[in-house]
Ligand binder design. Structure first.
Ligand code: GSH
Length: 204
């Protein structure tokens, strides 16, 4: 099994974390969607990361679909389930996971804006993205205040920690750790533990 993507991608990273939780052995193609675009196109018809190539050659893309596949009983992997049982707990997990993935989407879109030459950057779009990122962080700050960093993480924890660390590293002006103590405590607490230590965010 081959996972394509860099761990500075909040999407590729959370897939790697899910694979580690389930104890699935995998190789990694540490390719950049920009610098190694042609190779990424060969790994995923959409040229995006993450993509997981199964041992039989099939390719699953999109982090949500990949994690769903990893957790499907048919895949036959062991380890603790990342989706809680019971409608109430499951809905609460999906609510937070959806928010965290959306926040990561906005932060990645904000980073993409910086790849454009300064004169082509869209000021209105940048302000809109930063407003969305700030509002998403406000929500996660309240949520993180009620969360623990002991026990086993669920899918919402994987998504929230990957999104928060991406923002902390790439957008420290938007995610000011001093102004968001609950989220910072939660993020740093999980980052110090497996599975997060097994697929760390690359620090250059
Ligand atoms: N919804 C997708 C988002 C994946 C995504 O945005 N990946 C970025 C890298 S962080 C990417 O491939 N960007 C290049 C592109 O979309 O062309 C997922 O959850 O996997």
């Amino acid at each position: 099994m081959i996972l394509t993507g860099l761990y500075d991608s909040p999407f590729a990273r959370r897939v790697a974390l899910a694979l580690h939780v389930h104890g699935v052995a995998f190789e990694r193609a540490a390719l950049s969607v920009f610098g190694d675009f042609e190779a990424v196109m060969r790994a995923n018809p959409l040229g995006r990361a993450p993509a997981l190539q199964l041992d039989d050659g099939r390719i699953v893309s999109d982090s949500r679909a990949i994690i769903e596949w990893i957790e499907d009983p048919e895949a036959g992997f062991g380890g603790p389930m990342l989706a809680p049982e019971g409608a109430h707990a499951r809905f609460a997990m999906l609510e937070a996971e959806g928010l965290a993935i959306g926040l990561a989407d906005k932060a990645v879109a904000r980073s993409a804006e910086n790849r454009r030459p300064a004169q082509l950057q869209d000021r209105e779009q940048i302000l809109r993205l930063e407003k969305q990122m700030t509002s998403g962080l406000d929500w996660l700050e309240r949520w993180a205040d009620r969360r623990s960093t002991s026990g086993e993480p669920d899918r919402a924890d994987l998504a929230a920690v990957c999104a928060a660390t991406y923002l902390a590293q790439k957008w420290p002006g938007v995610f000011d750790a001093d102004a968001r103590p609950a989220l910072e405590h939660y993020r740093a607490g999980w980052e110090a533990r497996a599975p997060f230590t097994l697929a760390p965010f690359p620090v250059d």
